[in-house]
Design a binder for this molecule. Structure first.
Ligand code: PMP
Length: 366
């Protein structure tokens, strides 16, 4: 019995459930995949930057070679971008990989990581996979209660995971709240500030975590190329921290954890500011469009600063999800996050948002 033989902490895990792939639903419904829209995984609806595609094509003849295991060029670009040193950067196979490196380097049985209720699913998975305990702090208005998170930290806490904006709720906290938190959190606790969606949100209301690094040696900021940079399939993310923390993460990192297509595409995407700006514009317009549609349907939602929105149906949303699937619309049920009345909808292109709203009107019609 190889389940019984697995480590007890692993036996207790449930696997991550991704958004339903378009091809899978197409097979189930016997439909052309082109007729299906997927607004389920917070992907960039613009498709990849043409500059990233060109860089990938140029790199193809090198596929027999190992990638640059230190990611020199990408780190150089990122260092420039964020005004940090290259030795402060850790590259990951998606930012999930970075989160996992943190758990492997800093957590173990008897230790704990603190995170909020309705936090991203990978925090508990990575924490429990190494036998550590996840301490879940009740949310406040669906978002982080930073005071309660501080209060939950104990002598065995090694890591705090914060997401700003948060997935799946889209909630956020401001610069004053972050400063106050960082001033008071114990210096031996590693604060992981997950900014997977920050490119959609940074401004007066939301701080850029990078600007707190110089003052707080226990801060690590994680980012990804999967969302605003539109490269989810390539799996590339990164952390910026003190050089010492980066050195520790580098010790547990798999050699060549970021592939060469991802490395060149990420470099090119970083240089494509027009793409980034267009993505922000499309997202802001799509958010308004979906909010307007929800308002007309008299539905409630959690205000979001990400590229997704959690819609509150005030009753079990599973049947609504099933009915939307039959209409060829894939969104994300978040019952697994303890939010069974909600569906999380990624913001798409205008016609995709309209298809979603149309399907929703049909499904909810009396
Ligand atoms: N953090 C948060 C809050 C996320 O929502 C996601 C993507 N679902 C990630 C990290 C991981 O993204 P990736 O591994 O693609 O970089």
């Amino acid at each position: 019995d190889f389940l019984a033989q697995a480590l007890p902490c692993v036996q207790k895990l449930s696997p991550y459930v991704p958004g339903k792939p378009v091809d899978e639903l197409a097979r189930e419904l016997n439909l052309d995949p082109a007729g299906i829209i997927k607004l389920a995984s917070n992907e960039n609806p613009l498709g990849p930057s043409p500059k990233a595609l060109a860089a990938i094509r140029a790199e193809l003849p090198e596929l027999t070679r190992y990638p640059d295991g230190n990611g020199f060029e990408l780190k150089q670009r990122l260092a420039q971008c964020h005004g940090v040193q290259m030795n402060q950067i850790t590259l990951g196979n998606g930012s999930n990989d970075v989160l996992d490196l943190i758990a492997r380097a800093y957590l173990a049985p008897g230790l704990n990581a603190v995170f909020s209720q309705y936090a991203f699913a990978v925090y508990p998975i990575s924490t429990q996979a190494v036998g550590a305990t996840g301490k879940v702090v009740p949310a406040r208005q669906w978002g982080h209660d930073l005071e309660a998170i501080l209060a939950a930290i104990d002598a065995d806490t090694r890591v705090v995971f914060l997401a700003n904006p948060n997935n799946p709720t889209g909630t956020w906290f401001g610069p004053d709240a972050l400063s106050a938190f960082l001033e008071r959190v114990p210096e031996n606790v590693l604060v992981v500030l997950d900014e997977a969606y920050i490119e959609y949100a940074e401004g007066e209301e939301l701080p850029n975590g990078m600007s707190y690094l110089a003052r707080h040696a226990n801060l690590l900021v994680s980012r990804t190329f999967s969302k605003a940079y539109g490269l989810a399939a390539l799996r590339v993310g990164y952390a910026v921290s003190s050089a010492q923390i980066a050195d520790v993460l580098n010790r547990v990192r798999q050699p060549f954890n970021v592939n060469s297509l991802a490395l060149v595409a990420a470099c090119a995407a970083l240089g494509d500011t027009d793409y980034l700006q267009e993505g922000r514009r499309v997202n802001a317009a799509g958010m308004r469009q979906i909010e307007q549609g929800l308002r007309e349907l008299k539905l409630d939602w959690i205000p979001s600063r990400g590229n997704f929105i959690a819609v509150n149906f005030a009753r079990d949303a599973a049947p609504i999800n099933q009915a939307l699937l039959k209409e060829g619309v894939i969104v994300r049920p978040i019952g697994g996050y303890g939010m069974p009345d909600f569906l999380r909808v990624s913001i798409g292109l205008e016609h995709e948002n309209e298809r979603f709203l149309q399907a929703l009107r049909k499904v909810l019609a009396p």
